[in-house]
Design a protein around this ligand. Structure first.
Ligand code: ADP
Length: 755
């Protein structure tokens, strides 16, 4: 800071330090300037000294002149040495030391020049005196330029240089000398004053330069600060622009999301002020624009409430459930509210309104249709159950007596009559088959088909199935060939009856749709997981486009229309195989024959037979001789009574008691304690179930097997019978052989205490 300008800094201490640093710097600069001028001084000395030497030669004489010249030369050498030393390393000594060294050079040079001034006393030559005066004045003038940076050096030089001359001139006492002395004096005063001014100017200019440098540095520092600030500002602006861009993006995304939603959406803050909404919301309730502008939710809610049918104000905000709003125009609006949160702090609510009229209406019509379908299905099941019951009851008599007539091998009948009986039996069996198929389809479709998966022997299935279909091969001379070694076949996981049913159906078709004297080849093979059953015939075959449809219910191909059938056999077979976790398919070459196949999974372990399998029908069962058995049959239908009489007639030592009503049945049972009771379910008055209940309540009957004998073959009814406590549920029409064997076996088990 410039001292001359008198600027005052707030912090005096700082100012003092700064000022002393500045003084030092200025002082160094002045010293440098002075040292820089040394060569000029030396040159001046070198030029002027020979003149003075020449002029003063006469005064001093040779010796003194050479001493003076030698002295001057030494001062020059000295000054040159310090000049070089300073230039080389001016930090080697302190500034003060350099100054002293410099002053020594100046003073010793001034002494040299001063001596020449005093030497004028030794001469009277005015010319010589004036010459010396001019030379010395000239030297001081020269020193004005070279020594002024160090003002004290200049003053010392001028005083030492000029004073001997001044004194010498005054000593002469002549007017010219006085005049010259006064001029010299004035000259000295003038140049010392000038030097003082110049020194001050130099000092000021140096200090100004430094201040200027400082100012430049400050400006540079300020500029750097400003640049940094600018950079920061730029970054902040960039960040702000980025945030604004993100904000803009999020806003447009929010807007697009709101507008793309099919629901009407309204967003409100905690003060119930509307902060956002979409057009669907406006459209849904036809909200007036003024209401939206006011943005007050309570007024909007008021508008919505005015549209409600029952005018009860419901707000979705009050519940976390979906609220159903019924509008006067018949629309049904579902309203739902979700809190809007920042971290865990709720800042408002998002309300969504959905027009659910169509959905709710279609749901209710769907529900209606479903209920109707369920009712229709129930009616269908009831109808099937009734029809099945009504058809089975007469069939029981038709097939039962038909088989009895065949069994008796009645000698009174001629061969035509025997044929008629055979036809009656075949037709009856066919009718029974149809009823069973229809019931199966109904069970499968209602998901009520009970499948009992157990380990089943392939050999047994095949033998039983082939035995069942073999009689139908004789008419047209069809050969059944079994290709595989059945003994090595593994057990399969299946329902014995249903697996047999599937195979019998494929074998029956292969026989039915075969050519005269054709063949049916049964091949069984197994891989790691499945047993593969293949039934190959030599019939007309099936073209590929029919492969799928023959498994659809009631589809029959034109080429096979002549043969009897209903078109549901393969449908049942496929569903049965599916339920048993297997697969089924067909391959065929039209004109050559068809190959139907199915696969069922191999059983993982071989299970032991169930207890009921132990009471298998066995014609070999023999009754212990002499032991009398009693069977009670509770049945209101005389034909059925007569049929059972014929069946039991052939079981030795067995008497059959009949009861036509439930009450009578209970009476006879209590009185006679029969070994087995056969019970019709649909009895006039007390039903079979009620009779069972009474009997089972009596301890005396705790072990007595009571069989249900009914024409109702519906799965629910069979299950109900088993649940009620019947030993087994026999379905009419009964197979006379099987029934007779069942009775024999049961009696034998009773005798052996196995029941
Ligand atoms: P149905 O034999 O009672 O007609 P299915 O469901 O068992 O009913 O069979 C459906 C149809 O598939 C049959 O009507 C017949 O046209 C065809 N079909 C089934 N098995 C064979 C076969 N082995 N050869 C030729 N056509 C067959």
């Amino acid at each position: 800071m410039p001292r001359s300008s008198g600027t005052v800094l707030e912090n005096n201490e700082t100012t003092a330090i700064a000022n002393s640093q500045l003084d030092q710097a200025v002082f160094l600069e002045r010293t440098k300037l002075s040292f820089t001028n040394i060569p000029a001084s030396i040159i001046a000395t070198f030029v002027v000294a020979p003149y003075l030497l020449y002029v003063n030669w006469a005064i001093y004489g040779t010796d003194l002149s050479f001493i003076w010249a030698g002295y001057m030369f030494l001062t020059m050498v000295y000054r040159y040495v310090i000049y070089i030393a300073f230039r080389k390393d001016h930090e080697r000594y302190s500034l003060k030391t350099w100054n002293r060294l410099f002053l020594v050079g100046v003073v010793s040079t001034a002494i040299g020049w001063g001596i020449t001034g005093s030497s004028l006393m030794l001469t009277d030559s005015l010319q010589q005196q004036m010459f010396t005066t001019i030379v010395l004045a000239g030297l001081s003038s020269g020193a004005l330029a070279t020594l002024t940076p160090l003002y004290s050096a200049f003053v010392l030089f001028t005083v030492i240089n000029m004073s001997p001359l001044l004194i010498t001139l005054l000593n002469y006492g002549a007017p010219v000398h006085y005049a010259t002395a006064s001029l010299v004096f004035i000259f000295m005063a003038f140049i010392i004053t000038s030097s003082a001014r110049m020194a001050k100017t130099i000092q000021d200019s140096i200090s100004l330069r430094f201040q200027h440098d400082d100012a430049l540095k400050i400006v540079a520092a300020k500029k750097q600060q400003t640049d940094e600030l600018n950079l920061n500002l730029r970054q902040q602006i960039n960040e702000r622009e980025l945030i604004e861009h993100h904000l803009e993006y999020s806003m447009s995304q929010l807007k697009a999301t709101l507008e793309s939603a099919t629901d009407g959406i309204l967003v409100i803050d905690n003060d119930e002020q509307v902060t956002n909404f979409n057009q669907n919301f406006i459209d849904l309730f036809d909200i007036p624009i003024t209401l939206i502008e006011i943005a007050d939710f309570s007024q909007i809610q008021g508008h919505i409430n005015s549209l409600l049918k029952d005018k009860t104000p419901i707000s979705p905000i009050d519940t976390d459930q979906v609220v159903l709003l019924e509008l006067t125009d018949g629309r049904l609006i579902e309203a739902f509210s979700k809190p809007q949160k920042i971290a865990d702090h709720v800042i408002g609510n998002v309300l969504s309104y959905r027009d659910a009229t169509m959905r709710i209406n279609s749901e209710s019509s769907l529900q209606e249709a479903k209920t109707k379908a369920e009712v229709a299905n129930k009616q269908k099941s009831e109808f099937l159950s009734r029809i099945s019951h009504e058809l089975r009851t007469p069939l029981n008599a038709i097939l039962g007596f038909g088989h009895l007539l065949q069994e008796d091998n009645n000698k009174h009948l001629d061969s035509d009559e025997k044929d008629y009986i055979s036809h009656i039996c075949v037709a009856g069996e066919h009718l029974l088959h149809l009823i069973d198929d229809l019931l199966d389809i109904s069970r499968i479709e209602s998901g009520k088909l009970n499948i009992n998966l157990s380990n089943v022997s392939c050999e047994k299935i095949i033998n039983e199935s082939v035995a069942l279909v073999r009689p139908s091969t004789t008419d047209r001379n069809i050969k059944i060939i079994i290709k595989s070694d059945l003994k090595v076949m593994p057990f399969i996981k299946a329902d014995h009856t249903r697996c047999k049913q599937a195979l019998v159906n494929l074998l029956s078709n292969a026989i039915k749709y075969n050519k005269e004297s054709g063949s049916v080849t049964l091949t069984i093979s197994a891989n790691n997981s499945h047993v593969h059953f293949e039934v190959k015939d030599t019939g007309a075959g099936i073209s590929e486009e029919n492969f799928k449809e023959i498994f659809q219910p009631f589809i029959r191909l034109k080429q096979t229309e002549k043969a009897k059938g209903t078109g549901i056999g393969l449908t049942i077979t496929k569903r049965l195989i599916d339920i048993m976790n297997g697969s089924i398919g067909v391959e065929s070459t039209p004109g050559e024959g068809s190959t139907f196949w199915f696969e069922l999974p191999i059983a993982s372990t071989v299970e032991t037979a169930s207890p009921m399998q132990n009471i298998k029908l066995s014609p070999d069962t023999t009754m212990p001789a002499g032991k009398q058995h009693t069977i009670l049959y509770v049945e209101d239908e005389p034909l059925n009574q007569a049929l059972l009489k014929s069946i039991v007639k052939q079981i030795s030592n067995t008497r059959l008691l009949m009861a036509a009503t439930g009450e009578e049945g209970i009476e006879i049972a209590l009185a006679e304690k029969p070994d087995i009771i056969l019970m019709d379910i649909n009895l006039p008055g007390v039903s079979g179930y009620e009779v069972l209940k009474v009997i089972k309540n009596d301890k005396a009957f705790s072990k007595t097997p009571v069989f249900a004998l009914s024409a109702n073959a519906m799965p629910d009814e069979i299950q109900r019978g088993r649940d009620a406590g019947f030993f087994d549920y026999l379905i009419k029409p009964i197979n006379i052989d099987n029934t007779r064997h069942l009775l024999r076996n049961t009696l034998s088990m009773i005798d052996n205490d196995l029941i």
